[in-house]
Write a protein that binds this ligand. Sequence first.
Ligand code: FES
Ligand code: FES
Length: 164
Amino acid sequence: MAIVSMTVNGKPVTADIDPRTLLVQFLREHLRLTGTHVGCDTSQCGACVVHVDGKAVKACTALALQADGASVVTIEGLAQGGELHPMQAAFREHHGLQCGYCTPGMIMTAVDMVNRLGSDLDEATIRTELEGNICRCTGYHNIVRAVEAGARAMAGGALREAAE
Ligand code: FES
Ligand code: FES
């Protein structure tokens, strides 16, 4: 067993875990933060994306111990003060989901995308950046529109700017 400590959605957590515990297992099974999903066993689908020290990470591909001392944000940590994060609101506004299974990872990837590349994202860039996230419902059209709108909203623009 090994002691791991990190901050998750702003709260400090410490646990005694099997050193082989994946970060996604730690979040889902130890902390019951089940918004982070597992959609594959090949590191391809991106349903498990969280932010570790501000960067998007596939939590199925990292050990919890690798996040020791880090600040982790999951989909549960995006909304603030009862208000959806602008990217979450954009996915709702633009129907950027069908079954919703891929949605937490899509949103965490989208927020990371805006943080790295800024809010003025064209469709080709969004599609390229979403390469590591699979939507098995294949709702990519609305997902791209949602990311475009969410990016603008993160910069202070109106959510409906990118509406058809
Ligand atoms: Fe992590 Fe699919 S569950 S990439
Ligand atoms: Fe169903 Fe993307 S909305 S997998």
